[in-house]
Design a protein around this ligand. Structure first.
Ligand code: UDP
Ligand code: MG
Length: 335
């Protein structure tokens, strides 16, 4: 329902890291899609996440020629999650759509998302209908991650859904209430809830450039997801300890009885060393799990800003716009 005459503003957020080879194609494609939606105003917030190629220059050229483009220049590479947060924080739209710059998220879907939003959805999820463009390893590990995550946390992540989605302003405001520094966006998006509709799409292979997600980085991302939303791993060491204690008592009883019946049996070096090593490793693993959480507490209490902005380009063009908020976006710290 439209309450005012002015067309509603939709913000598209594009995190970009070394996207130089494909950024022009992406923006052209996006413009074509947006041209089909004359009943809305758009702002496109591109976040240059400390790219080392010509991404920033290309973005600046685009924003000089097209007033809808705003470019946020971060002071260094902060990672996709922070870049996305920086972009979302900068938006003023009635709806916000984060989208990848590599054309893996098809801009055509924006039209469908907006249609669902108009019908009342507060979140429109874009779900990959298959993972054909992923290799076998990524498919297996992704499945495993969703399986484990959804089993041990109350925060159920929808499967095969990335950051590409439409968020109503009410959802964006809710997200900004979540104070954590370590932002596992998928998890936070799921945590806030709201009226959700899912649309499916086929995910294409990356058009240009290359992915920054190595196997190790994905593993850490998975750990981050699980430790952000669950304390089950901490509890696990308690249950494991209890289980081992039970076996230990049973075995002790067995040895006692055996000694009483058959006398003392000296050999046992091999089993002894195996047990010592086993318990040593169980203890170290448990300390590792605790360490993971202590590390997260440490990062949270430091309360550092999530990202630092060097400059925001292209905002001045919106100054006459009533939705633009406070005038002037100086170099500054944003948490
Ligand atoms: N990205 C970013 N900062 C980073 C890594 C990636 O802003 O440190 C952006 C990247 O430019 C792209 C999006 O995040 O627009 C998704 O990255 P990528 O394609 O590498 O991830 P994948 O599609 O493989 O999950
Ligand atoms: Mg990609």
């Amino acid at each position: 329902m439209q309450l005012f005459d002015e067309p509603r503003l939709i913000s598209i957020v594009v995190p970009c890291y070394n996207e130089g080879p494909g950024i022009d194609v992406f923006c052209r494609k996006l413009n074509t899609v947006l041209a089909k939606l004359p009943n809305y105003r758009f702002e496109i917030v591109c976040v240059d996440d400390g790219s080392r190629d010509d991404t920033l220059n290309k973005l600046l050229t685009i924003s000089l020629n097209d007033r809808r483009y705003v470019v946020i220049e971060l002071s260094r590479n902060f990672g996709k999650e922070s870049a996305l947060t920086a972009g979302i924080d900068e938006t003023h739209g009635d709806a916000v759509i984060p989208i990848d710059a590599d054309l893996q998220d098809p801009p055509e879907l924006i039209e469908v998302m907006i249609a669902h939003w108009e019908k009342g959805a507060e979140v429109v999820l874009a779900k990959r209908s298959n993972r054909d463009t992923d290799n076998f390893f990524k498919r297996i590990t992704a499945n495993l991650f969703y399986g484990v995550h959804n089993q041990i946390t109350a925060n159920k992540l929808p499967k095969n859904v990335g950051d590409f989605r439409l968020l109503d302003r009410v959802v964006v405001d809710a997200l900004s209430l979540l104070p954590e520094r370590q932002r596992f966006m998928k998890g936070l998006f799921a945590w806030v809830g709201y009226q959700t509709v899912t649309v499916e799409y086929v995910r294409q292979a990356r058009k240009a450039g290359k992915t920054t997600w190595s196997g190790w980085r994905l593993w850490n991302f998975a750990l981050e997801g699980i430790t952000s939303f669950s304390t089950v791993p901490l509890r696990l060491s308690f249950y494991l300890g209890a289980l081992i204690a039970f076996f230990t008592f049973t075995y002790a009883f067995f040895i006692l009885v055996r000694t009483l019946i058959f006398g003392i049996d000296v050999p046992g070096y091999a089993s002894l060393i195996v047990f010592i090593l086993f318990f040593g490793s169980v203890q170290l693993i448990s300390i590792g799990v605790i360490g993971e959480y202590v590390g997260r507490i440490y990062m949270e209490v430091k309360n550092r800003p999530l990202y630092l902005i060097r400059r925001v380009h292209g905002r001045e063009t919106l100054e006459t716009d009533s939705t633009a908020g406070a005038a002037g976006y100086p170099v500054g710290v944003v948490s």
